[in-house]
Design a protein around this ligand. Structure first.
Ligand code: NAD
Length: 246
């Protein structure tokens, strides 16, 4: 029997990159998965890639909108299933030094990466507390631990995700709902492939393991946090970084 057999999971930003790998790993371990993403064409493509309607379903969802998140969770529970796992993964970057960063760029990143995670955590928690069980996994970033130049917006949002995760974990622990966070380092995805070569090389030089991470290596940690192998973990933060800034 697989660890997530019979479990229902939702992954935001699940149409590509780390979110898609998380969806795949959860499915490979027995879960039924619903992905939500702002990009509808990418959702349709991802659902096919994930094996179609038996394993995965998807819907357009903008994590900045509470109503979109509720609709996504309704879809996951449309067959009467409990919501077992919520992965708040959707994220964006708008990198610039503070001298150049506009207020719009600051707000955009906070809205998706921090408020979006809060909306997802709040909505999932409301349903999980009814069932008396559930696991919420929030995707932070190593930027939220150390702060990265050119990412005052992103580092603030990702550090905020850690505080949010710990506060929510304390509110929900006695209800059987666990909340944990993952901090990926440099992972090879469309987000990082857009990075200038110089920035990529600088980051690579900081990684003791001497290579970038692959999306499935983040997904494995998320699957661990989603399932009962981590049943006594809540409010924890897991660095998936190849040892960078340990
Ligand atoms: P990505 O850009 O490849 O994928 C992000 C997905 O989120 C896309 O499918 C995008 O359409 C979706 N999305 C964007 N805005 C959205 C919104 N408002 N509502 C719903 N979906 C939205 O990025 P990725 O590298 O796979 O990153 C996934 C998560 O991991 C993000 O939270 C990111 O900050 C975090 N992260 C990534 C890295 C890395 O090296 N790739 C490192 C640390 C943290």
């Amino acid at each position: 029997m697989a660890m997530l057999d019979g479990r229902t999971a939702v992954v935001t930003g699940g149409a590509q990159g780390i979110g898609l790998a998380i969806a795949r790993t959860l499915i490979d371990n027995g879960a039924r998965v619903v992905i939500g993403d702002i990009d509808q064409a990418a959702v349709d493509k991802a659902v096919v890639e994930l094996g179609g309607a038996d394993a995965a379903r998807g819907a357009t969802c903008d994590v900045r909108r509470a109503a979109d998140i509720e609709a996504l969770l309704d879809l996951a529970q449309s067959d009467g299933a409990a919501l077992d796992v919520m992965v708040n993964n959707a994220g964006i970057t708008r990198d610039a030094t503070m001298r150049r960063m506009s207020e719009d760029e600051f707000d955009a990143v906070i809205e998706v990466n921090l408020k979006g995670v809060w909306l997802g955590t709040r909505a999932a928690a409301a349903r999980m507390r009814e069932a008396g069980r559930g696991s919420i996994v929030n995707i932070s970033s190593l930027s939220g631990k150390v702060g990265m130049a050119g990412q005052t917006n992103y580092s603030a949002a990702k550090a905020g995700v850690v505080g949010l995760t710990k506060a929510a974990a304390k509110e929900l622990a006695h209800l059987g709902v666990r909340v944990n966070a993952v901090q990926p380092g440099l992972i090879r995805t469309p987000m990082t492939e857009a990075m200038p070569q110089k920035a990529w090389d600088q980051k690579m030089s900081e990684i003791p393991m001497g290579r970038p991470g692959e999306p499935h290596e983040v997904a494995g940690v998320v699957a661990f946090l989603a399932c009962d192998w981590s049943s006594y973990l809540t409010g924890t933060v897991h660095e998936v970084t190849g040892g960078r800034f340990m």
